[in-house]
Write a protein that binds this ligand. Structure first.
Ligand code: AMP
Ligand code: MG
Length: 597
């Protein structure tokens, strides 16, 4: 199912303008409603379409800057949302419908999106047929059945052919189609091996993953990239005392209107003036030094002149405002406030912050232990003499590098001989020692490898076909309590499936509560090929164009064995299942790789 935001059947009408789509729908909808079918409609309109009228309150509020305007009355309400940057996708729009109060969504427009449609055709218009180019058309409704039309112009198709003027037969077709749609949706999950979307696969995996229960206390220097297991609470105020934001002179704010001030002391950072400043006095003060009691205003050095201990200020260089250039105690952080919540990954800024609060250690999650091995009789270790018909093991090394980047502890079991005994022994030991087990190779449907047999014996493993490229075969499940990933064999597929499925799982186990993969939107400079109905990951190179736009192009040939293209890429271009090929100038989603590989 590509329209992931909608559980209802969605049916479109594809036709050239002039075919009379709306006129037909106007007759069709009451006939469907009469059968008890509640209809929701989604219609595409031209660029500047506006449902509102100038002068109406809702119009004025929108023009005043409300980017979402929900207007409600006794009998209806309407939501108007401004989308100046990117038009909403069909999938997002469907997500906004009240799906509990409809049985069928009819769509007019969105011709280039992949979802089921009935093609409407009127011979008199002399337009070409759409179904030869659009595999999503489920039936054609036309008026070409009359004998006046030459048979050469009739659609040569196995699709059901309906009479566009026979509303009753259209209704009967739609009812049958809805029944088969609903039956398919209901059984989709019980098929094996299941064909899954990337999002559903990831959601199923994350459902099975529990946050680690193992924590430890570590020194500051061991904390980078670790995840906090407890909140960090400020033990002090930051800054700890009210201090000067400048090199200058501190005075009292009730003493601003004065010609000259008597300089009573110098206050350097790390020192303080022990007395209360009185009217007529000033101290010379350095940035960060505590402001003396009584004083609350600092004038910068550049405005001051000191005549034998009498200091005056040139207010033509700037008026003196009460309280200026002073940082209040606790201004950045109050004692007792939560500085970082458990689940935060520690980077340079977090580490500096903890140090500045006086912490020399913190409680973090223990590193996840990941057992790793490669399978396949053709796979041999680098450093050994090349045998004929063999390939060197690349996957264990890409996986080790990605696991290291995530801060995992690695238990490397090497290359395992493709026999039942060897795989059984390895999986049993790995499960005892590790928090997670990852293998590569041997999980494709129809693969002769023993790994599938052994996995079936040892645990509860699903062999999925994920609707993605590269990386369609994926095994996931539990060996006892230990999550197991059987990644594909192809080196690029290994990396892409790791990024999409394994990394989110590891981060969840690690307690990394706030992580979301970074995605950006870029303009493609090339056509990005993609089959409808599956998520396509193209290795890409993004950059900023001369006019400041984020642009992306592919690295070229996209075979899933071509590891070099993964090295050339700085991003993956993700084309969603409901989108056809991305054309030059289209916006595409990119997943930057720099922080992840
Ligand atoms: P499989 O999923 O086992 O059918 O493998 C798919 C492809 O990936 C085959 O061409 C394998 O030779 C290749 N392959 C499997 N394991 C590895 C590995 N560890 N390193 C590099 N290529 C591999
Ligand atoms: Mg194999």
């Amino acid at each position: 199912m590509s329209l992931t935001h909608c559980s209802l059947p969605v049916l479109g009408f594809a036709a050239f303008s002039g075919t009379g789509k709306t006129t037909l729908l106007e007759k069709l909808i009451p006939a469907l409603v009469e059968k008890g079918i509640r209809i929701a409609m989604v219609k595409h309109a031209h660029h500047d379409f506006d449902v509102d009228k100038p002068g109406k309150d809702s119009y004025r509020l929108r023009k005043a800057g409300a980017t979402q305007m929900l207007i409600s009355a006794r009998y209806r309400h309407a939501l108007m949302t401004e989308t100046p940057d990117d038009e909403c996708t069909l999938n997002q729009l469907l997500g906004q419908l009240d799906q509990n109060n409809a049985d069928l969504v009819l769509v007019e427009g969105f011709k280039h999106n992949a979802f089921p449609k009935i093609e409407l055709h009127r011979a008199a218009l002399g337009k070409p047929w759409l179904h030869p180019e659009d595999p999503n058309i489920v039936a054609v409704a036309c008026d070409d059945s009359s004998s006046s039309v030459p048979s050469s112009e009739l659609p040569s198709t196995s699709l059901p052919r309906l009479d566009i003027n026979d509303i009753a037969s259209l209704v009967a077709f739609i009812q049958r189609w809805m029944e088969s749609h609903n039956a398919q949706t209901a059984t989709c999950d019980s098929l094996s091996p299941t064909l899954l979307s990337v999002d559903d696969g990831r959601a199923k995996i994350l459902d099975e993953i529990a946050v680690s229960e193992h924590t430890e206390t570590c020194d500051l220097n061991e904390l980078p990239h670790r995840v906090l297991a407890a909140d960090i609470i400020a033990p002090v105020n930051v800054p700890s005392s009210t201090n000067s934001a400048m090199d200058g002179y501190a005075i009292r704010s009730d003493d601003i209107e004065r010609e000259g001030y008597r300089l009573v002391s110098d206050v350097f950072a790390g020192h303080h003036y022990a007395e209360t400043l009185t009217a007529g006095e000033c101290v010379r003060i350095m940035t960060g030094a505590p402001v003396p009691e009584g004083a609350d205003t600092v004038i910068m050095r550049e405005q001051a002149s000191d005549d034998n201990g009498t200091v005056s200020f040139d207010t033509t260089k700037g008026a003196i405002r009460a309280g200026q250039n002073v940082r209040q105690a606790g201004e950045d952080l109050r004692r007792g406030a939560t500085v970082f919540q458990a689940g935060k990954r520690i980077g340079a800024a977090e580490l500096g912050m903890m140090a500045s609060l006086g912490f020399d250690r913190a409680e973090v999650f223990k590193p996840i232990k990941v057992a790793l091995f490669s399978t396949g009789d053709e796979v041999q270790a680098p450093g050994t003499a090349a045998k004929s018909h063999c390939i060197y093991d690349a996957n264990r090394y890409t996986l080790r590098a990605m696991l290291t980047k995530l801060g995992c502890e690695i238990l490397d079991f090497g290359i395992i001989e493709d026999t039942e005994a060897a795989l059984h022994a390895t999986l049993s030991t790995a499960t005892e020692q590790a928090d997670m087990v990852i293998s590569s190779g041997g999980v494709s449907v129809g693969d002769a490898d023993y790994i599938k047999t052994v996995l079936r014996q040892l645990g509860d493993i699903n062999f999925w076909r994920v609707n993605m490229r590269p990386g369609r075969p994926l095994a996931f499940g539990k060996l006892g309590d230990v999550p197991f990933f059987g990644l594909p064999g192809n080196p690029v597929a290994v990396m892409v499936t790791f990024l999409q499925f394994v990394e989110p799982a590891i981060r969840k186990m690690q307690g990394d509560a706030h992580w979301q993969p970074e995605t950006l939107s870029a303009i493609t400079q090339e056509r990005i090929r993609s089959r409808r109905g599956r998520t396509e990951y193209t290795r890409g190179i993004y950059s900023i164009s001369a006019n400041g736009q984020l642009e992306v192009r592919s690295t070229g040939s996209q075979g899933s064995g071509i590891l070099r293209s993964m090295s050339e890429a700085n991003c993956l271009i993700e084309v969603a299942p409901d989108v056809d090929n991305a054309e030059v100038g289209d916006r595409v989603t990119i997943i930057p790789l720099a922080s992840r590989l």
